[in-house]
Design a protein around this ligand. Structure first.
Ligand code: PLP
Length: 386
């Protein structure tokens, strides 16, 4: 009998699960086997081998992630960066170019800036909130248009509808890094994106205990990326598959809590009158608040802000916090706080950071699942002490 699966929470739990259950196991067992008995497969890529990302643990995750984002297909990889590099190297060759948002996760930005030129891939950076500026970046060799749903660490919301329209009008593949929004708040395929990329290390896993990545979208493109993945070798270990699979089942309850808590905290910080700036797409003062409200089911669990006293004040504030751990990364059950200039964006030269609006004193907060009253008390005490 067909099971009702309209709701995303039902899909997170039941989609892609083995049917019938393996030995009746309610939780997907871990297949810790690097190779599987030969069944006469005629093609190298059809062999069942751990690096080919096709053990039962991979297959179950691929089915689940595709259904969760209303997409045709999905592929898990060894990290978010493995998902990004494998995808772009599968879709572009020497001499090709891509258009990318100018303010991206530092690792992605560094990859495009420093590694890609060495292998003949060109990147033209644009302001993703200003579609009028995009045509100047187009060349006959442009293949891809690349944005983030909510930019890291400034929480800008690119003109996502215009990005899809522009890409398709010019024969480009539209890709969005959907890590910050998660499928709970935004499902790229429903808005026409060809591919969505995730660092599964963050919200999808949700417990700060794995490194994982995923690319989700058009079946023809995922098949191409999968072939390249087999050669680049960034496959996800079955034990990490298991943890990602387990984390996914609670994604909805976690992210909805984080949406609510982050909005409460952003309003509290903005209302304190003690901060130079608070960046959160759910605040009325955010430049893309209207767009975020139309496109997203929630504004996310990430915010950033600046104290008037710059780096010294930021470091003192972080040192006073007792609940959020000072660490890079995000999307886990515990709140994490960091100064991006020293962690996620430290690879970006200071002038470039400043041009992008990332001040050295900027603080980024990933709101966890602690009681929001306790977080407000902790943040308020740290503000009072600075
Ligand atoms: N994309 C975004 C938006 C990120 O914030 C990160 C890491 O912080 C990545 C991709 C890279 O993910 P990973 O660390 O899993 O390779």
């Amino acid at each position: 009998m067909k099971r009702p699966m309209r709701g995303i929470d039902t899909r997170l739990i039941h989609a892609g699960e083995p049917d019938p259950l393996i030995e009746g196991a309610v939780s997907m067992p871990i297949f810790q086997s690097s190779t599987f008995a030969y069944r006469g497969e005629g093609d190298y890529h059809a062999l069942r081998y751990i690096r080919l990302n096709n053990t039962p643990n991979h297959d179950a995750l691929h089915r689940k992630l595709a259904v969760v984002e209303s997409a045709e297909s999905a592929l898990v990889l060894a990290s978010g960066m493995a998902a990004i590099t494998t995808t772009l190297m599968a879709l572009m060759g020497a001499g090709d170019r891509m258009i990318a948002q100018d303010c991206l996760y530092g690792g992605t930005h560094d990859l495009m800036r420093h590694e890609f030129p060495r292998i003949g891939l060109g990147v033209d950076f644009v302001d993703a909130c200003d579609p009028a500026s995009w045509p100047q970046a187009l060349t006959p060799h442009t293949r891809v248009f690349y944005v983030e749903t909510i930019s890291n660490p400034l929480m800008r919301v690119a003109d996502l509808r215009a990005a899809v329209a522009f890409a398709h009008a010019h024969g480009l593949i539209a890709i969005v890094d959907n890590t910050f929004a998660s499928p709970i708040n935004f499902r790229p395929a429903e808005h026409g994106f060809d591919l969505s990329i995730h660092s599964g290390t963050k919200y999808l896993g949700g417990h700060s205990d794995i490194v994982a990545g995923a690319v989700i979208g058009r079946a023809d493109l995922i098949a191409r990326i999968n072939r390249t993945a087999a050669h680049l070798g960034g496959s996800l270990d079955p034990h990490a598959c298991f943890l990602l699979h387990r984390g996914l089942k609670t994604l909805g309850v976690r992210v909805r809590h984080q949406n609510q808590a982050a909005l409460t905290i952003a309003r509290f910080l903005a209302g304190s009158g003690r901060l130079a700036k608070v960046n959160y797409p759910g605040l009325e003062t955010h430049p893309e608040r209207a767009r975020a409200g139309e496109l997203f089911d929630g504004f996310g669990g990430m915010l950033s802000f600046e104290l008037p006293g710059g780096v010294a004040a930021a470091d003192a504030f972080i040192a006073h916090l007792t609940l959020p751990v000072s660490a890079p990364s995000l999307g886990g059950v515990e709140s994490l706080v960091t100064r991006p200039a020293t962690t996620s964006h430290s690879g970006m030269p200071r002038e470039e950071r400043e041009r992008a609006g990332i001040g050295d004193g900027l603080i980024r907060l990933s709101v966890g699942l602690e009681s929001v009253e306790d977080l407000l008390e902790d943040l308020g005490a740290a503000l009072a002490a600075c």
